[in-house]
Design a protein around this ligand. Structure first.
Ligand code: ARG
Length: 269
């Protein structure tokens, strides 16, 4: 009996270990179901946002084009699952999504919990202000005691904490809402990546980029995220698509195309 139980435990333990090591998606399972589920967000132009096409709110942007190219490479349908940015990474861990593409920056902290593809974009962080305040807030120190916004779950929260320790950090789920709060003076500044900031500024001429007050260590790179345990074959396929999109200039063309669309006003301008 004892021996039998021991054997049973061993079997169970091995079973559990196998279950753990096979967590994360595989190229085969994606191809079997005929679709790849991509976790993303929708207020991050020019990477992912909604625009009206033929009167219909449509998800567009460079990340969306990248996801479609990945689906094409795998010969499956791209199935987008739109959620708040702070849920995007968790969605691959829980297995609700196969991959996550949402302008996700690679960090040492995130590398502990997720796999990443090769980088496909290099971003720079900036502070944006109301144009009328440009002369008031000329340094990081001048924002002491003021309200500074960053998106919930983003690395911009950490940048704000590190570089603006005397300001009050306000974390918001929606970038559109953050921009509205800046315009209404509820926030005095917002930390965003430059391409995103420029998109909002082009639609809101009352806003501007502060005279480069952030330290220059703030470049970060975007990559596709996977759960730990995702099969190497899938990651290699994604890297192949990224390499081609970068080398052929396709990725730049996707960004270019995205900048011709207007972000839907339902999501704030
Ligand atoms: N790159 C930043 C990060 O990974 C912000 C990404 C926000 N993405 C979005 N779709 N809202 O934390």
């Amino acid at each position: 009996m004892k021996k039998f139980l021991g054997g049973l435990f061993l079997l169970l333990a091995v079973g559990m270990m196998t279950a753990c090591s096979t967590s994360g998606t595989s190229q085969k399972s994606i191809q079997n179901k005929g679709k790849i589920i991509i976790a993303t967000e929708s207020e991050f132009a020019p990477f992912e946002f909604k625009t009206l096409i033929d009167g219909k709110d449509t998800l567009v942007g460079a990340d969306i084009d990248l996801a479609k190219a990945i689906a094409k490479e795998l010969d499956v349908k791209a199935d987008f699952s739109v959620m708040s940015f702070n849920n995007v990474l968790a969605s691959v861990t829980s297995g609700k999504s196969d991959i996550a593409i949402a302008g996700i920056s690679v960090t040492d902290e995130r590398k502990k919990a997720y796999e990443f593809s090769d980088a496909y974009y290099e971003a720079e962080n900036v502070v944006i202000l109301k144009k009328a305040d440009l002369a008031t807030y000329t340094s990081l120190e001048s924002l002491a005691g003021k309200f500074v916004g960053a998106q919930k779950g983003s690395i911009q929260e950490n940048i704000a904490k590190d570089q603006l320790p005397s300001s009050s950090l306000v974390s918001l789920t929606s970038n559109g809402e953050m921009i509205n709060e800046l315009k209404n003076n509820q926030l005095q500044a917002v930390v965003l990546e430059k391409a995103i900031a420029e998109g909002y500024i082009s639609q809101n001429p009352d806003l501007a980029i502060a005279g480069r007050p952030l330290k220059s260590t703030d470049t970060d790179t975007y990559a596709v995220a996977f759960a730990k345990g995702t099969d190497k074959k899938l990651i290699a396929s994604v890297n192949k698509v990224i390499k081609k999109a970068k080398q052929s200039g396709e990725f730049d063309a996707w960004i270019e195309k995205a900048s011709t669309y207007t972000q839907s006003s339902s999501e704030s301008k």
